[in-house]
Design a protein around this ligand. Structure first.
Ligand code: UGA
Length: 442
């Protein structure tokens, strides 16, 4: 099939690349010329395992074309995916400006019937707005075309985006049009070997499904963080409690890890947006408000433990930081717990020496620019030189089994504050470390 994908962020680039890998002809469009020029040269603007290889392969076959010329893309395709950002507006609602700008452009440039598929996360009712915008532009051109606007929310995770796209748990398509369903079913058939994974519904329910999925997962995390906080008070261990409850099939083990808070470009934004969508429709989303409040509090949980230990004035102390990205296998630091944690430590007078396998450039350029209290280390052990404690903030695999002897030699104190519960408390105590976890009060 011939496809256009508008937007070359995580979702757009992965979508376009994976469709081209299955033999479709894909035009990837972006208004950012710099980005398109880089992609044309095979330079991928983000770190995502497996993506670069697939981009280069399909680009050289001619199946994946990067351009800023939307007309070219639209003229050469019948399906157009919208995958542009919906950043958070000042009031917490999703900003639809980019999506509606794209709709306008499609209306101005389309020359034949098309299926327009919205992959961006958008409030319920946006598909109708997109359709109205396109139709308005077509009317001005005195052009009568059949344009079907469909919702197809994306559920891929950063760090395993290619894998998630290639083997999705489900593909959700929101439209009442049977012909469109048939075409998209064929497009997705290489990815959905099991047809139960292809789920069709009305367009508004599809839009709502995306918010419901992300806010359910965020709620699960905040719930576990709350249980962890109670565990600390009553002398229980969240690691054991997780095993105990996860064994119930209705609960399951996945996404049940307490920690120093969720981050990323999706959960914080989508929780806020759904609170706003609800409010705009006369409903007070109390559970979601608490999910958000608890997460904001949780991001500072390690700092609170440090203050309990050292007091409010941290000047003269240096803390080693392992992990800056919001989760492993990405260089993305949006809403990462590391940002609030490090800023707070600096505010209390401390210095930090940070190490992350991927995110240090971004940290230095965008998050701690000109902050003289933040240094960066070449490797995880250098980050510990003459430090008073280690804070583990992101569970990269290379932090899983470190050489504790080496760590002891580098550090002033054998002291670890672990925001991701990576080590065994007893073992660390035996080798002389003071070890603080999340939710382990025993
Ligand atoms: C999330 C969803 O998982 C995807 O399904 C969705 O498509 C995506 O948002 C999106 O809307 O585009 P992502 O933001 O890449 O994906 O990250 P996750 O792997 O879901 O992790 C989010 C945060 O939750 C991370 O900060 C992680 O550390 C935290 N987390 C995750 C926990 O604290 N505990 C857990 O048990 C799991």
């Amino acid at each position: 099939m011939k496809i256009t994908v508008i937007g070359t962020g995580y979702v757009g680039l992965v979508t376009g690349t994976c469709f081209s890998e299955m033999g479709n002809n894909v035009y990837c469009i972006d208004i950012d010329n710099g980005k398109i020029e880089c992609l044309k040269k095979g330079i991928i603007p983000l770190y995502e395992p497996g993506l670069e290889e697939l981009v280069l392969k399909n680009q050289s076959k001619g199946d994946l074309i990067f351009t800023n010329n939307l007309k070219d893309g639209l003229d050469n395709s019948n399906i157009c995916f919208i995958a542009v950002g919906t950043p958070m507006g000042e009031d917490g609602s999703a900003n639809l400006q980019y999506v509606l700008d794209v709709a306008k452009d499609i209306g101005k440039l389309a020359s034949h019937d098309m299926i327009v598929v919205n992959k961006s996360t958008v409030p319920v009712g946006t598909a109708d707005k997109v359709k109205a915008t396109i139709m308005q532009e077509l009317e001005q051109r005195n052009l009568k075309l059949n344009i079907e606007v469909v919702s197809n929310p994306e559920f891929l995770k950063e760090g395993s985006a290619v894998e998630d796209f290639m083997r999705p748990d489900r593909v959700v398509i929101g439209t009442g049009n049977e012909i469109v369903i048939g075409i998209l079913k064929e497009l997705y058939s290489p990815f959905t070997s099991n047809h139960e994974r292809f789920i069709t519904m009305d367009v508004r329910s599809a839009e709502m499904t995306k918010y419901a999925a992300n806010t359910m997962l965020a709620t699960r995390i905040s719930f576990m963080n709350e249980i962890a906080n109670i565990c600390e008070k009553v002398g229980a261990d969240i690691n054991n409690v997780r095993k105990g409850i996860g064994s119930d099939k209705r609960i399951g083990y996945n996404f049940l890890y307490a920690g120093c808070g969720y981050g990323g470009s999706c959960f914080p934004k989508d929780v806020k947006a759904l609170i706003k969508i609800a409010a705009n429709n006369g409903y007070d989303a109390n559970i979601l408000k608490e999910v958000e409040a608890l997460n904001n509090q949780q991001k500072l949980t390690l700092v609170r433990k440090i203050v309990d230990k050292f007091g409010e004035n941290l000047s003269g102390l240096t803390f080693g930081i392992w992990g800056l990205s919001f989760k492993p296998e990405t260089d993305d630091m949006r809403e990462a717990p590391s940002v609030v944690t490090i800023n707070k430590l600096c505010e209390l007078g401390a210095k930090v020496r940070a190490y992350d396998p991927q995110a240090m450039d971004i940290a230095e350029k965008y998050y701690f620019k000109d902050n003289k209290q933040v240094e960066y280390a070449e490797n995880k052990y250098d980050a510990l030189d003459k430090t008073h404690a280690l804070l583990l903030l992101t569970e990269w695999k290379e932090f899983r089994s470190p050489d504790f002897e080496e760590m002891s030699k580098r550090m002033i104190n054998r002291l670890i504050f672990d925001g991701r519960n990576q080590y065994n408390k007893e073992t660390l105590r035996e080798i002389g470390f003071e070890y603080h976890q999340i939710g382990n009060g025993y």
